[in-house]
Design a protein around this ligand. Structure first.
Ligand code: ADP
Ligand code: MG
Length: 566
């Protein structure tokens, strides 16, 4: 389909779309619009982010709206408040020349009274988040018994966010013979279940090609030890002085931790996560949009509503649990015709996951080399020199001081002078990256040598040696132990040192500051058939060789003693 005029949409809608600069329908629009205008069959439309799904359902919904019937004819459900507002804004722009069509947004975190008022005036199209929509239905302020179409936008996200129950309740109040339209970037078993339950006689439209934006994304992965992830992140930021990016974390806790460290280390950064109030979130997002911050650390869910399109980088501090999330995350860079970079910091254990993403999404990763201290210094130095070259000079302001300045610096020749000026700005950097380690994991054999930290580095992160009452007998292995630790701390960034798995119990080293929290977190937790107990190992200071043996004796005695008591 070459133009909107061929779609059969109302002339006034086509006019508004033209004013927005839409020249022709996107592929998903070219296929969904004719369907919705001519058929009552339910529809599943699968297309990547940024392919124009809002207009794909929005334009036909507006076209089909009967202006003089004030009942709600279309209900659009979407996962977040931000998306809800975005959809309403888009629909209002498409409906600019239509008379008597009211579009109302209902979402949580905002006065329900105002929304009730708006609904009372008559809303033919309601766009809502599941929670608030259900609430309004319960209060009988929103009535869906005249609804002709239900749109589930970003259905995958709604399910990931756990809105299944709300959807059930809302859909139960809609008429049998409505048309149900499901839009999603991905198809998942959860979605399949929803379609089975609520949809019948389904037409499925899938736009296979990835959007242009996504094709402009370079996917790079760095392999590093878990404990080095933050350091790797810093190097990425340092080698890209003009970075404007989002760092994705799995948990709120990790998000906060990383953002705090970045702020302490002097970066323009902030965080976005579910512990913030809506007002705080809005403020952070606005500041990030205005490039007040260069780096935003966020969870997937919190970043959902952020409509920033010109990110230079998306950084995955670790790979997300599902493939769709990676696709969503990386889709946020490389928009608006610019090339974007999506970086995943992974551990060798995560290689399989990476291949899985490649296989299922068609994305190709290239292995990157974590920049060395020297490379970073060079990059930063040249960024500085560039700035010096291009700086605006205000002769009238600085002029009067210059003779005295020249005089004072007379004793330095040109080369020396440059050295001095550069060092003023640069010494801190050089100091930090002096003797910087190579953070790349090359391969097993080589890496063990490189990995050995210098005594100075070991001192930097103090480790505590802990005892845990599970061992090979309980199928504990290093991998599962690391899993237990990361899970217990809800973080993948804590430093883990030497691990010794013995038969009935084990020892491991962990960053000192994380030890108390871990001991607490794991106490009484079930692992296989053991109720876990973690304690600080008293042999901490003893020589390594004798460590295992002595500890074993100590605990053998201790455990034996306990047993006898029972
Ligand atoms: P999706 O919901 O698929 O992620 P959106 O509906 O948010 O995508 O659209 C992404 C961007 O593309 C928006 O800025 C929108 O205004 C723009 N857009 C949508 N349709 C067209 C079109 N036919 N021509 C040009 N731009 C479009
Ligand atoms: Mg959308």
């Amino acid at each position: 389909m070459e133009s909107f005029s061929e779609t059969g949409l109302n002339r006034l809608i086509i006019e508004a779309v033209g004013e927005l600069g839409f020249e022709k329908p996107t592929p998903i629009q070219a296929r969904t619009i004719p369907h919705l205008l001519s058929s009552d069959r339910d529809l599943i439309a699968l297309a990547q982010t940024g392919t124009g799904k809002t207009a794909a359902f929005g334009l036909p919904a507006l076209h089909l709206t009967r202006p003089f019937d004030k009942r709600t004819q279309t209900i659009i459900l979407c996962p977040t408040r931000e998306l809800c507002l975005q959809i309403v804004k888009d629909l209002q722009a498409y409906a600019k020349h239509l008379k008597d069509v009211n579009i109302v947004a209902v979402y949580g975190g905002s006065s329900i009274e105002a929304q009730i008022k708006a609904l009372r005036r008559g809303a033919q199209i309601v766009v809502g988040t599941p929670g608030r929509t259900r609430d309004l239905i319960k209060r009988k302020k929103l009535v869906l018994d005249a609804v002709e179409r239900v749109v589930l936008d970003e259905a995958d996200e709604m399910l990931t966010m756990g809105f299944k129950e709300e959807l059930d309740a809302i859909l139960a109040t809609t008429p049998e013979d409505k048309q149900t339209l499901l839009f999603s970037a991905t198809m998942s078993p959860d979605i399949l279940a929803v379609t089975k339950k609520y949809m019948s006689d389904i037409e499925q439209i899938e736009v296979a090609s990835r959007n242009k934006g996504a094709e402009k994304v370079k996917h790079i992965y760095y392999t590093a030890h878990s404990r080095d992830r933050y350091e790797v992140l810093k190097r990425i930021a340092d080698i890209n002085p003009d970075i404007y990016g989002i760092v994705f974390c799995r948990t709120r806790r990790e998000t906060k931790e990383i953002a705090n460290k970045l702020i302490q280390d002097g970066y323009n950064a902030d965080s976005l996560h579910g512990d913030l109030s809506q007002a705080q979130r809005d403020e952070v997002m606005e500041k990030f949009r205005q490039k007040h911050y260069q780096i935003l650390v966020a969870t997937d869910v919190a970043a959902r509503g952020l409509d920033v399109h010109d990110l230079s980088h998306v950084i995955n501090i670790n790979l997300p649990d599902n493939i769709e999330s990676y696709v969503h995350r990386s889709g946020r860079t490389g928009r608006a015709g610019k090339e974007g970079i999506s970086i995943a910091i992974i551990h060798t254990r995560e290689n399989r996951k990476l291949r899985d993403i490649e296989f299922k999404s068609g994305i190709r990763f290239n292995k990157g080399s974590i920049p060395s201290g020297k490379e970073i210094c060079k990059k930063q130095l040249f960024a500085l020199i560039d700035k010096v070259e291009k700086v605006q000079i205000d002769e009238t302001q600085i002029g009067p001081f210059l003779p005295e300045v020249y005089k004072k610096l007379e004793w330095l020749n040109r080369e020396e002078l440059i050295k001095h000026f550069v060092s003023v700005e640069f010494n801190r950097f050089l100091e930090y990256y002096k003797d910087a380690r190579d953070l790349n994991i090359v391969d097993r054999k080589k890496s063990t040598k490189k990995e050995k930290r210098s005594p100075a580095e070991r001192r930097k992160t103090a480790f505590t040696r802990l005892y845990i009452n599970a061992g090979t007998k309980n199928n504990l292995n290093p991998k599962r132990l690391i899993g237990l630790i990361n899970h217990g701390l809800d973080s993948g960034t804590v430093g883990i040192g030497k691990i010794e798995i013995l038969k009935k119990f084990s020892f491991f080293e962990i960053e000192e500051k994380a030890a108390p929290a871990l001991i607490k977190a794991l106490l009484g937790k079930k692992f296989e058939d053991v109720s876990l107990l973690v304690e600080i190992s008293p042999e901490k200071k003893q020589k390594r060789n004798s460590n295992a043996k002595r500890s074993r004796n100590h605990y053998e005695k201790k455990r034996g003693g306990k047993k006898r008591k029972r």
